[in-house]
Design a protein around this ligand. Structure first.
Ligand SMILES: *[C@@H]1O[C@H](CO)[C@@H](O)[C@H](O)[C@H]1NC(C)=O
Length: 601
């Protein structure tokens, strides 16, 4: 049924039937570093495909999930990749003879797996490489991996290349030989459960999509000034600032999300955004450790503004008790999150907000030469020893601590900077100073941009004029109320050459990237469609890059792959937004802007 629909689509293009390899070529996403398809025709795959050679429980349960997806979904590629058809007004009806499937009674029964080191922990830089090989006419699939985590990637590849023939059988095109490993060790998306609550069920759905697209870091911005959703043992009163009792995570919820992710090769890295973006929760412990929480955020009178958005609040970095509370909160959270990385925020600190603290005012009065940069340095000097609680700990901060107008003078070089402003300029700046960098440039990777403003009582919307290029107003011709408009499409994300202009030494400092999905306008209802399938474009960009083996941009080639992958996400119960009219998916490259397939270079 599916295959017939597929064939009909292709028949309109060049022929009446196709080889499976043409159809399956859109799989998998991300494209492996190296994949060689043979042309011997598809071979049948047993429904009871058995994994041999590994008793590791992680691997076995990952295998059960992959086999379940293969046999339950019975994937028929939704899009295909074909050479762009030549326009011919009077086509002859040609029928490419479909090669017969290899002997039906035989087929593939086993997956032989060899893992070199089953004990390697899931952590930054762990070897994720694997090979996958089906020799011509063989009755088995051979997988090798250095670690369990590479084996898991082999399975998400395999589950995308074993497809259904549209009738009874599972098939795979063979021979096939894959050698695969990631370009970058840090491949992330960021969720934000401070602006709106995201349920554990929906977080797991993101992790499912990540595993399929080989993203391996879930950066979890847990709280923000608006709410504190974690039920704490150390300070139970903090979750009075959750949106409701239902909209909370306790330690067990967090541990179970971390475990769910780990089973899929995904690390969960928490973020406590400090000292800015902090009111909810902290103020319940002691209102005195939070400054300016009761101020008007004052976007309307800029010289008094205390925050980039409502509601304001920062931790009082001079108050001793602040550090006592942070230490306990950090200790409890690091117990729930097992990863060596911990993100401690550091973005968008406002001088005006600090002025609300009597202790900070007194500190400035003690020495008239003190500046806000000194104040931030004081924060770094006092907080970093708390965060650096063990030798293997890696601290991550937003780049603001060294790049913003108000910045610390000296921040240890082993702290990883997450860069979100200034695109290539900031990446160059930070890597040249010796910082490891996670790329999150807002002009390319921010998944929340372009949805318009959410702050209210805004007269800029009360304008009845049409677009006017000479006097752009707020809604038209301007940024449409979104500071980082427009919406970042998958092509915008995929085309980002974020190491352009870096020296080889600087390039080594880029450890990967993360696409943030800030949640002012995101909750369970929309998180998946805002995340997917765009995050998969980042997945491939960071796994195997955006160029082919000749160094040419392969965005056009990616088109059918990501169209297909979107349908595959749906089949795996990950909600994903449509990228295009279905016509474009069914008619390869008919919707290209340029007929010339090398227009994107
Ligand atoms: C990095 O950026 C900061 C802040 O704009 C600037 O002061 C500094 O000179 C830059 N450093 C380099 C190496 O580009």
């Amino acid at each position: 049924m599916h295959l017939r629909r597929l064939l009909r689509a292709v028949a309109t293009a060049i022929c009446l039937s196709i080889a499976v390899v043409d159809a399956v070529k859109v799989n998998p996403l991300p494209a492996p570093t190296s994949i060689t398809w043979g042309n011997s025709g598809p071979i049948r795959v047993s429904e009871r495909l058995a994994l041999k050679g590994c008793e590791n429980s992680h691997v076995r349960s990952a295998w059960r999930r992959a086999l379940d997806a293969i046999t339950r979904i019975r994937w028929v590629p939704a899009a295909i990749e074909e050479p762009i058809p030549k326009f011919d007004p009077f086509p002859e009806t040609t029928t490419k003879r479909r090669r017969d499937r290899n002997d039906r009674s035989r087929g593939i029964r086993d997956v032989n797996i060899k893992i070199e080191d089953e004990r390697a922990e899931l952590k930054h830089g762990v070897d994720e490489s694997y090979t996958l090989e089906i020799k011509e006419g063989s009755d088995s699939i051979d997988i090798t991996a250095k670690t369990v985590w590479g084996a898991l990637h082999a399975f998400t590849t395999l589950q995308q290349i074993i497809i259904s023939d549209g009738k009874r059988d599972l098939i795979v095109e063979q021979p096939v030989s894959i050698k695969d490993k990631p370009l970058y060790p840090y491949r992330g998306v960021m969720i934000d459960t401070g602006r709106n609550f995201i349920s554990p069920r929906k977080i797991r759905e993101q992790i499912d999509g990540m595993a399929l697209s080989k993203l391996n870091v879930l950066h979890w911005h847990i709280y923000d000034s608006q709410s504190w959703p974690v039920v704490m043992r150390s300070y139970p009163e903090m979750s009075k600032d959750a949106y409701s009792r239902r909209e909370t995570y306790n330690g067990e919820d967090i541990r179970s999300i971390v475990d769910y992710a780990r089973q899929r090769g995904v690390r969960v890295i928490p973020e406590t955004d400090l000292p800015g973006h902090s009111a909810s929760g902290w103020q319940q412990v002691d209102p005195e450790i939070v400054t300016c929480a009761n101020s008007w955020w004052s976007n309307d009178v800029w010289e008094f503004h205390t925050a980039v958005q409502p509601n304001p609040g920062q931790l009082d970095v001079i108050h001793d008790k602040t550090y006592e509370v942070i230490e306990k909160v950090y200790k409890e959270l690091t117990g729930y999150f097992s990863d060596d990385f911990f993100h401690v925020g550091g973005d968008e600190v406002h001088d005006n907000c600090f002025k609300f603290s009597p202790k900070i005012r007194a500190w400035f009065a003690e020495d008239s030469k003190r500046t806000f940069n000194d104040l931030l340095q004081h924060w770094i000097d006092r907080s970093v020893p708390i965060f650096k609680d063990r030798k293997s700990r890696r601290i991550v901060m937003w780049e603001d601590v060294v790049m913003a107008n108000t910045h610390a003078h000296s921040v240890p070089k082993d702290i990883i900077m997450q860069s979100w402003n200034g695109g290539l300029k900031n990446i160059k700046n930070l890597t040249s100073r010796g910082y490891d960098v996670i790329v999150s440039s807002s002009d390319f990777f921010y998944l929340d941009c372009g949805n318009g403003g959410y702050v209210t009582n805004d007269p800029r919307y009360n304008v009845m004029t049409n677009p006017d290029p000479d006097t752009p107003n707020f809604n038209y011709g301007g940024n449409g109320g979104s500071w980082c408009a427009p919406y970042k499409t998958w092509q915008r994300i995929y085309n980002y050459d974020f190491t352009d202009g870096l020296t080889d030494d600087e390039k080594k400092h880029v450890i990967g990237g993360t696409a943030p999905l800030w949640s002012e306008q995101v909750d369970d209802a929309v998180i998946s469609t805002k995340m997917w399938p765009r995050a998969a474009a980042l997945g491939e960009l960071l796994w195997s890059g955006n160029v082919d083996k000749d160094g040419k941009k392969r965005t056009t080639e990616m088109t059918q792959r990501i169209f297909n992958f979107r349908e595959y996400l749906l089949a795996n119960e990950v909600s994903a937004a449509p990228l295009t009219p279905k016509y474009c998916l069914q008619h390869p490259h008919a919707c290209d802007l340029n007929y010339d397939q090398s227009a994107v270079v």
